[in-house]
Design a protein around this ligand. Structure first.
Ligand code: PMV
Length: 326
């Protein structure tokens, strides 16, 4: 799919007000590296857990002042603001020059202090809101591919629970979309340990491309990640938490290792992140069943089950606990 124009009617319906919610997600087996930069096609499949009520609600309606408007968490943004420009550019993929000025209101429920990026939930919610507003009636797999053009991780943010994004093989990306796993695991818990809540120093987009282009360790990554994805999917289906946790932690550290070997090195983890990992690993030798993962930032995310909730809170008093599956 060179663009999603072919899934749209030549002339869009008049926009009816519509609202959509999408949860953010954390990959248990990561997407890192693209085989096509324009289409955000990944070199490997990935598997995530959505963050329940941590996400984005987006409403779209026709703007009545004849101009696009972007309102983020209640504040009207100037259209040359970076975030507003991305939102409008994404809406333009739908409009294709048709004069349909939009009012886009987006609210994040993710606490800023958690330092979590919200592009995944943001593009997923915007895709679904626009599709509803223009009465497009598209299958979820198509919506997932549309969200992918906003950001790779958004491909997985259309559903709650565990979601797998198949890398796909076709050049146009028509088989590169996500699907939810039919697994209910309400004891599953996540904690965010905030280390650095400021803006990213290096975007995941740039970090990914730099790693693919310069890291001598990168060639080993796609195959390992594909294998990890399979192990994690089976562990989820078998409710085998320790296999899942061990593989997710190893997968995250392998991804960070590819970045650290890039030239020049790319290191998102900060001294404080390593301290959290050290504390966790020491507690594991004492019997705690909790595992870590980290993305393109310094914050550490912990995976554990309900029974370890108190131990995790005692070990990390600043942990932000999430119950992803209710
Ligand atoms: O698609 P992006 O730019 O949000 O990149 C996501 C990269 C990671 O968060 C590190 C991994 C992932 O699969 O979410």
């Amino acid at each position: 799919m060179s663009d999603f124009a072919r899934y749209l009617p030549r002339k869009l319906n008049e926009l009816r007000p519509a609202t959509a919610y999408a949860p953010s997600n954390i990959a248990l087996s990561k997407y890192w590296g693209k085989r096509d930069k324009a289409l955000n096609l990944p070199l490997n499949s990935s598997l995530s857990i959505s963050l329940g009520n941590w996400g984005t609600t987006t409403s779209v309606s026709a703007s009545d002042n004849g101009q696009d408007e972007v309102i983020f968490n209640g504040t009207q943004l100037s259209l040359d603001n970076g975030f507003a420009a991305k939102v409008i550019a994404f809406a333009d993929r739908f409009r294709r020059g048709q004069p349909l000025p939009l009012k886009i209101q987006t609210n994040n429920s993710i606490p800023t202090a958690a330092g979590l990026a919200s592009s995944a939930s943001g593009f997923a919610a915007l895709t679904v809101a626009l599709a509803k507003g223009f009465a497009l009636d598209l299958p979820e797999s198509t919506l997932s591919m549309m969200a992918r053009l906003g950001s790779g991780s958004a491909t997985r943010s259309l559903w709650h629970g565990f979601v797998r994004w198949d890398r796909g093989l076709s050049q146009d990306g028509d088989d590169s979309y996500a699907r939810p796993l039919d697994v209910h695991w309400p004891e599953f818990r996540i904690a965010i340990i905030p280390v650095d809540t400021g803006p990213k120093s290096f975007s995941s987009r740039d970090g990914m491309n730099h790693t693919v282009e310069t890291s001598p360790l990168f060639p080993a990554w796609p195959e390992q990640a594909e294998a990890d994805c399979k192990v994690i999917e089976s562990a989820i289906r078998a409710r085998d938490f320790d296999t899942l946790g061990q593989c997710a932690e190893a997968n995250a550290l392998a991804m960070h290792a590819t970045m650290m070997a890039a030239r020049p090195a790319l290191c998102y983890l900060k001294p404080e992140s390593w301290k959290v990992l050290d504390t966790l690993w020491a507690a594991r030798t004492e019997g705690l069943s909790a595992y870590a993962t980290a993305d393109a930032g310094a914050n550490i995310k912990l995976l554990f089950l309900q029974k370890s909730e108190q131990d995790v809170s005692a070990l990390f008093p600043n942990a932000k606990l999430i119950t992803p599956i209710k």
